[in-house]
Design a protein around this ligand. Structure first.
Ligand code: ADP
Ligand code: MG
Length: 228
């Protein structure tokens, strides 16, 4: 599903150049469950942004479902992103003024799905993350774990094939973090490809495959037997 070849991404910070991705080669098959670990600044988020078409590499090729997406316009990329990829971030990125239901409905609204269908799909999504009774709450009225579950519902409402989660439990207590991981793993069990960036060794070990980044490179890439 994902084939990255010789991906480079450099950032200019003052008079210094940071090589955030330095010749990254990575293939991920449909349905895989991959964790990405590594020290802060090693390029994990940059990698996830490149995979998620939120950022363009400076060089290299990226095939997504066998299609070269590096050459596409921003608009074409946005369209693929909305149909194929769901994001979950450490700090949730919900719209503060909107209710849980309206946050989840946002991608459907942008895709022009009519109100009646929107309502039905949002109701189902709220149920799937166990938040039917919180539909009208705004983010500030929800706990961190509940906010992240809203974010997962929003990330999956367009039925993507790929979920990218950047430290999804980084801002949560242990119990809420486990709920969030369980939800993501359930999606993976349903066939979605799942990539989780995490600092948590225990969570990292749960994935069937563990990628370690160091200084913008893939330092190791190992098959893991998932712990129960
Ligand atoms: P990680 O997620 O592993 O902590 P990042 O991918 O966020 O690492 O960052 C990798 C390197 O690239 C870091 O040195 C970071 O400071 C730099 N970097 C990332 N994004 C930007 C940006 N938008 N502008 C400048 N430097 C950036
Ligand atoms: Mg990061």
């Amino acid at each position: 599903m994902i084939e990255l070849s010789h991906i480079h991404r450099r950032f200019q910070v003052g008079d210094q150049q940071v090589h955030a991705l330095n010749d990254v080669n990575l293939s991920i098959a449909p349905g895989e469950y991959v964790s990405v670990m590594g020290p802060s600044g090693s390029g994990k988020s940059t990698l996830l942004h490149a995979i998620g078409l939120l950022d363009r590499p400076d060089s290299g090729t990226y095939l997504l479902n066998k299609r070269d997406v590096t050459a596409l316009t921003d608009k074409e990329q946005a369209e693929i992103r909305s149909r194929t990829i769901g994001f979950v971030f450490q700090f949730f990125h919900l719209v503060p003024r909107l209710s849980a239901a309206d946050n989840i409905a946002l991608p459907l609204l942008l895709a022009g799905i009519p109100p009646h269908e929107r309502q039905q799909r949002v109701a189902r999504a709220l149920d799937a993350v166990n938040l039917s009774d919180r539909a009208e709450h705004r983010p500030e009225q929800l706990s961190g774990g509940q906010r992240q579950r809203v974010a997962i519902a929003r990330a999956t409402i367009m039925q993507p094939a790929l979920i990218l989660a950047d430290e999804p439990t980084g801002n949560l207590d242990r119990a809420s973090g486990q709920d969030v991981i369980a939800l993501l793993e359930k999606l993976n069990a349903q066939g979605l490809t799942l990539i989780i960036v995490t600092h948590d060794i225990e969570i990292g070990r749960r994935a069937r495959r563990g990628v370690r980044m160091l200084d913008g490179r893939i330092d190791s890439d190992t098959r893991q037997s998932p712990s129960p």
